[in-house]
Design a protein around this ligand. Structure first.
Ligand code: HEC
Length: 202
């Protein structure tokens, strides 16, 4: 059982390496981040935006290529910019917040085995600017999408794509509303105790 899953991991690494080589990717300057085999995610979930190129295998190859590269992944700013017709999902605030907390800890939202709390537990990786009202400057938004100011829900979409190696969520989905509401509570706690800031690299 264990050895068969080890074989699978080894297989994924080998095929990942072959793909990177086939794409002409350089193995120099490799990031030390180990490749994590993808975990099952909510594939059929209607809350994920269906981006045409997003075939599961292509997603995995892209993720392997990304973790093996030190280059900054460029994201189309339109994918993380609120659409003109945006009407956020409305619902019972208590229910939404509880759902948001569960999602924040749920690695099934990603394809790389990470959850939001994996990186952000205890205020990890939040810069002091997180305490400021949105929209505001976030270094990651400028680096990846060229945006100088970003709203909270847009930032969540960016972390979904960059940090979670997943598709962005449907803008008016219950999931995005829940994560946004819960992250607002996280921001409030951070504001009250900025000393808890522990800035580290992703
Ligand atoms: C692999 C680690 C990682 C994961 C997983 C991750 N993030 Fe992030 N997140 C970061 C980093 C790094 C930053 C950038 C901090 C900066 O540039 O100041 C960031 C920034 C943010 C910010 C902006 C803070 C600010 O200054 O305004 C928010 C909000 C956020 N993440 C929410 C989330 C949510 C919600 C999830 C889950 C859907 C998530 N993150 C998953 C690493 C991660």
């Amino acid at each position: 059982m264990i050895s068969s899953s080890l074989k699978k991991v080894a297989g994924a690494l080998v095929s990942g390496g072959v793909l990177v080589a086939a794409l002409g990717g350089s193995m120099t300057g490799c990031s030390p981040t180990p490749y994590r085999p993808p975990v099952p995610r909510m594939q059929a979930d209607p809350d994920f935006l269906q981006i045409p190129r997003a075939v599961k295998k292509a997603d995995q190859a892209e993720h392997v290529a990304r973790v093996n590269s030190s280059a900054i992944e460029k994201i189309d700013p339109l994918k993380v910019t609120r659409p003109a017709t945006y009407r956020p999902y409305q619902g019972n605030q208590l229910d939404l917040s509880a759902y948001g907390e569960a999602l924040y800890k749920d690695a099934r939202l990603s394809t790389n085995g990470l959850s939001c709390s994996h990186c952000h537990e205890g205020g990890d990786r939040f810069a002091p600017g997180f305490a400021q009202p949105y929209p505001h400057f976030v270094a990651m938004a400028r680096e990846h999408a060229g945006l100088n100011r970003i709203h909270l829900d847009e930032m969540i979409q960016l972390c979904m794509m960059v940090s979670m190696a997943a598709k962005p969520l449907i803008w008016n989905s219950r999931k995005l509303a829940a994560l946004t509401l819960y992250t607002t509570a996280v921001q409030q706690k951070f504001r009250e105790n900025p000393a808890a800031v522990k800035r580290s690299s992703p």
